[in-house]
Design a protein around this ligand. Structure first.
Ligand SMILES: NC(=O)c1ccc[n+]([C@@H]2O[C@H](COP(=O)([O-])OP(=O)(O)OC[C@H]3O[C@@H](n4cnc5c(N)ncnc54)[C@H](OP(=O)(O)O)[C@@H]3O)[C@@H](O)[C@H]2O)c1
Length: 356
């Protein structure tokens, strides 16, 4: 119960926030490579904000992911993503997660953020996973980081994460140096496979990270065992990936109405139902759903509005999901049901579209 009391202190929907008032703009102004063309839009006063424990800075509790969705080959239609970003930003969204692993996603973000004039207002979370030519060499990591900054059109990245714990020791050492010299503000590590959480947990338990990024959804709750409690204990912020289980959660609720009680937490759609459940956990800082569709973005960012479920309501939501056929099989279903992507990642022999 105490853990949910803590929610009330970390979820702040009452104050008039602007990230820039809490440090972001100061940092942005110190970065000479930043461009913007319009005035910053204040974050709406009535949306769910969460505190990053290390600094007290607040961020909106719904961000945006870019895996597959923002990877578009040059020359292919991608104007819809400008709309996705605009709706996200106008709705109060600021945290965007990406990676060099996501093909051209960084390029798409950098391009549209610049065109929309919002580059310096965003909280950009990026990743690194390469190291170098020999044990302890981090030259590839340095080059990858440099290229990411160029693609995102930023001299400073807000959060840098070691992608899926690959080469964690070398990459985290490099990230510590970048943090010391102001090239990044926070460092972290990610994974999406629960089978790796036992390797992730010690990093969180010793407080070595500012952020941990893990998969956590109504269908995949293993993070509750070690990672989320450790994050609360050590003041580690938590970013949640795969909040919709790569669209598989929508597959099982297709054609089903929301339960009546969803109205009590202001969830008007299944997307908001899924997101509100995640961001109401006291350890969670933000969830990062990905979409290619402006309409879905409006839906997702809408989860920032209205009340969040308390502990009892969260159990009620889970119990309801457990009555839906196939709920216990979600993680084993094919990812991205019915969707196709046309980016550079798709070219690889192990692209998500080619996996069985
Ligand atoms: N190891 C790692 O570091 C790691 C691993 C996985 C993910 N991530 C990060 O987490 C982010 C999110 O995870 P994810 O992209 O794998 O999966 P996700 O966000 O769980 O699901 C994305 C899928 O959900 C659909 N969707 C989104 N909003 C919807 C809505 N309102 N209604 C219906 N469908 C909707 C999207 O289709 P439409 O395009 O049709 O909307 C998309 O195919 C990634 O993009 C990435 O940034 C990191």
């Amino acid at each position: 119960m105490n853990e949910f009391k803590r929610t009330a202190t970390i979820v702040d929907t009452s104050r008039r926030h602007a990230l820039k008032a809490l440090g972001l703009s100061t940092i942005a102004l110190a970065a000479p490579g930043l461009l913007r063309s319009g005035p910053a839009l204040a974050i709406p006063a009535d949306i769910a904000m969460k505190v990053i424990p290390r600094t007290g800075e607040t961020v909106p509790a719904v961000g945006m992911g870019t895996h597959m969705t923002f990877d578009i080959k040059p020359g292919k239609p991608r104007e819809h993503l400008r709309e996705v970003m605009k709706i996200f930003y106008d709705g109060g969204g600021r945290v965007i997660d990406t990676s060099p692993l996501y093909g051209l996603a960084e390029v798409t973000i950098g391009d549209y953020a610049t065109a929309l004039g919002i580059t310096r207002d965003l909280f950009l979370a990026d990743k690194i996973w390469v190291t170098g030519e020999w044990l302890g060499d981090d030259s590839h990591a340095q080059r990858q980081f440099q290229r990411s900054k160029e693609r995102l059109w930023r001299d400073q990245i807000d959060l840098m994460q070691v992608h899926s714990l690959v080469n964690a020791r070398t990459v985290i050492r490099a990230m510590r140096e970048w943090k010391e010299d102001g090239q990044i503000r926070y460092l972290g590590a990610t994974h999406h496979l629960p089978s790796y959480f036992h390797l992730m947990a010690p990093w969180v338990e010793k407080g070595a990270l500012d952020f941990v990024q893990v998969r956590y959804s109504l269908a995949t709750r293993l993070a509750e065992e070690r990672i989320l409690p450790a994050a609360l204990d050590t003041g580690t912020a938590v970013m949640v990936n795969m909040p919709f289980e790569k669209a598989r959660l929508f597959q099982i609720v297709k054609g089903r109405p929301l339960p009546d009680f969803a109205g009590e937490i202001g969830a008007e759609t299944w997307a908001q139902f899924f997101l509100k459940w995640i961001i109401s956990h006291p350890a969670v800082t933000c969830a990062i759903p990905a979409t290619t569709k402006p309409k879905h973005q409006a839906d997702n960012i809408g989860a920032l509005k209205g009340p969040l479920p308390d502990k009892e309501m969260r159990s009620r939501m889970l119990k309801h999901m457990e009555t839906i056929p196939e709920f216990d099989k979600v993680a084993k279903m094919p990812a991205y049901p019915g969707k196709t992507f046309d980016g550079v990642v798709k070219r690889g022999p192990r692209s998500p579209g080619k996996r069985k």
